[in-house]
Design a protein around this ligand. Sequence first.
Ligand SMILES: Nc1nc2c(ncn2[C@@H]2O[C@H](COP(=O)(O)OP(=O)(O)OP(=O)(O)O)[C@@H](O)[C@H]2O)c(=O)[nH]1
Ligand SMILES: [Mg+2]
Length: 342
Amino acid sequence: MKFIDEIKISVSSGKGGPGLVSFRREAMVPRGGPDGGDGGKGGDVILKVDSRLHSLLDLRFRNVYKAGDGAPGEGQNRSGKDGEDLVISVPPGTMVKNVDGHLLHDLSEGQTIVLLKGGLGGRGNPFYKSSVNQAPMVAQKGLPGQEMEIHLELKLLADVGIIGLPNAGKSTLISRLSSAKPKIADYPFTTLVPNLGVVRFGDDLSFVVADIPGLIEGAHEGAGLGSQFLRHIERCRALVHLIDVSSMAVKEPVAAYDEIRNELEQYDQNKKGDEGFEPLGTRPEIVALNKIDSIDEDTVRGLQAQFKKRGLQVFAISAATGKNIKPFVDELGRRVFAREES
Ligand SMILES: Nc1nc2c(ncn2[C@@H]2O[C@H](COP(=O)(O)OP(=O)(O)OP(=O)(O)O)[C@@H](O)[C@H]2O)c(=O)[nH]1
Ligand SMILES: [Mg+2]
C-alpha cells in the first residue's frame, strides 16, 4: 500500500557576486584610493513549511530550482545586491532525502530551514590595500553556489474519507476528483485496498481524499473488506457518505445510509476508550447521493428532502458525468480548511 507523494528536484543556491576593482575619482583629488565594492551574497535555498499545503503537487511542474546570484560590487564602495533567496514551500511532514535516500530533514509544522547557503560575495579591491600597496588592482571573485538533487517525500494522510456500500461509486468519485486511477467495475468489492487522491482546491490549496473498500453490515466485526480500513479514516477531518440512488442499487438510499451509520457507531463502541480515538460517528459528514444521471429530477429532489429532514447536509451528484461536482468539492474544501483557520 503506497500512500506516498514523492518528487525529485534539483536545487542550487546563488553564487556570490565578484568584488570590484575601482578607484575614487573626484575633482581636486588626483589619485583617489581604491573604492571597489564587495560582491553581493548569493541567494539561499530555503525550505519553508506551509501548513496550508497537503501535497507536493505544486512542485510537479518544474524540476530545477535556482536562487538568485549576487550582483557585482560597485564603485564608491557600494556592495552589490544580494541574490534573491529561493523559498520552496512544502507541506508539514515532508521528508527531504539526498539521492542515496539518506534522510536530511523531516519537516514539521512551523519549520523553515536553509538547505543550501548562497556563495559569499567577493571583496572589492580596498580589501587588498596595505602600506606597501595603496592601489591594489585585484578583487575577489564571488564564491560559487551549491547544487544538489533532493527527493521530497510526503506520507499522505487523508483529509476526507469516502465511505459507502460496495458499488456506490466511491472509486469513480475519487477518479473524478483527482488524478487517482483506481479500478472501477459494476460489481461489489472492486476496491481491495484504499486509494488516495490529491484534490485541487482554489489556486494554491489541495487536500487528500481516500476511497476505501465498500462497507457492509457487520463491518465493525470484520465482515467484508472495508472493516480493516476503517482505521484509515480515523484521521480524516470529514467523511463523504456516498449513496447509490440508481435503480440498480442493492438498498434503498435511506436504508443504505442507516446501515453504514450503524457500522460506524458499532466501530466507535468497540474503540471507545482507546487512547486518542476520536469517534467516526461524530465526524463532520456530507451525504452525496450518487448516480443521479440515471434517475429523474423529481426523484432526486424527493430523496434530498428525506435526508435534509434528518438534518443532514446532502448533495446530489453524478460521479460518472461530473454533475454538481464543483459545488460539492467546494464544500469539501471548506470543511477541510475551516478547522485550520479557526
Ligand atoms: N450511472 C452511473 N454509474 C456510476 C456512477 N458512479 C459510478 N457508477 C458505476 O457504478 C459502478 C461501481 O463503481 P465503483 O466506483 O467501482 O464503486 P465503488 O463504490 O468503488 O465499489 P467497491 O470498490 O466495489 O466498493 C461502476 O459500474 C461505475 O461505472 C454515476 O454517477 N452514474
Ligand atoms: Mg471501489
